[in-house]
Design a protein. Structure first.
Length: 301
């Protein structure tokens, strides 16, 4: 509707609408979450958490309104129409930009339960939205370098406990646990530094997936494997707001989670760890080939 405006003007309008939308729904979210904070009981959480998730779902739906108003991006989405809403899901996706989160939310909102992301600890300090993530029980993880972990192996145990605590909360209400297995956004520099064997992906990190499956593997209905491609190049957040993302391609597929990957000791069992890595490497090889095919396909396909 506003596509005739210059991109910077559209970007400013989109940003203002995003801020207003966020402030409105977060005010409601914080009010309801005070009840959960005052009465931290399982029975209360079972009643309050669906309300909080509904508020977040409404925020995502309203984000879709300003996207349609200010952008003319072509959305090519497949594989989400037949996803059953009820239940618990483990969602895995490649990662290129902050925009990925908006793309995932727009494509999956109302299709599966609300996505809950593993976030860096520092993101809790993001104004307003950091508190919203906290109220919605998004798990905040501290990042540790390899040298730091070697000096203090106890940090691994702390990360495991953080994940288990989050997953125990997730087990009360149907949830989609979201993970970017690459652990960081793809860039050519990171790709080269890693010596990644994949053309379009960084090496996947299995730790968070393994911890989630260890904590609640029997509860997950399936794995939703998502691939996002930006044929015009991965956009920055500002580029996206300005409507300069000509096309977004998303493909989703529902896969069974192998029974042998549930409940294993990823840290202590080398054989199990090898099995897990081979399974994830297979997923990543398929995803890399899929990205190559999507980039090579004509826009009308």
């Amino acid at each position: 509707m506003l596509a005739f405006l210059p991109p910077p003007v559209r970007g400013v309008i989109a940003f203002i609408l995003l801020v207003l939308n966020t402030l409105f729904w977060c005010a409601l979210l914080f009010t309801v979450s005070l009840v959960k904070l005052a009465l931290p009981l399982g029975a209360v959480r079972k009643r309050i958490d669906p309300v909080l998730n509904t508020i977040a779902t409404a925020w995502i739906a309203c984000n879709g309104v300003w996207m349609r108003l200010t952008q003319r991006t072509a959305w090519d989405v497949a594989g989400v129409a037949d996803l059953p809403y009820a239940g618990w899901y483990l969602v895995n996706c490649n990662h290129q930009s902050w925009v990925d989160i908006f793309v995932l939310q727009r494509a999956l909102n109302g299709r599966i339960p609300l996505l809950k992301f593993f976030l860096k600890q520092e993101l809790i300090y993001v104004p307003v939205i950091g508190l919203a993530w906290w109220a919605l029980d998004f798990p905040f993880m501290k990042r540790h370098g390899k040298a730091e972990l070697r000096r203090n192996p106890e940090l691994r145990r702390q990360d495991r406990e953080t994940t288990r605590r989050a997953c125990r909360k997730f087990s009360l209400v149907p949830t989609s646990v979201m993970n970017f297995a690459e652990g960081t956004r793809f860039t050519p520099a990171k790709h080269q530094a890693q010596g990644s064997p994949y053309q379009h992906l960084l090496k996947p990190k299995a730790g968070a997936l393994a911890l989630a499956l260890d904590a609640m593997g029997g509860q997950f209905q399936s794995l939703i494997d998502v691939t996002i491609v930006y044929p015009g190049g991965a956009p920055t957040f500002w580029t996206f707001l300005c409507g300069r993302t000509p096309r977004v391609v998303l493909r989703a597929r529902q896969l069974p989670i192998p029974a042998e990957l549930m409940g294993g000791d990823y840290e202590g069992d080398a054989e199990f760890r090898g099995t897990f890595h081979r399974w994830l490497a297979g997923l990543w090889s398929d995803k890399d080939a899929q990205i190559a095919a999507l980039l090579a396909a004509p826009a009308s396909a």
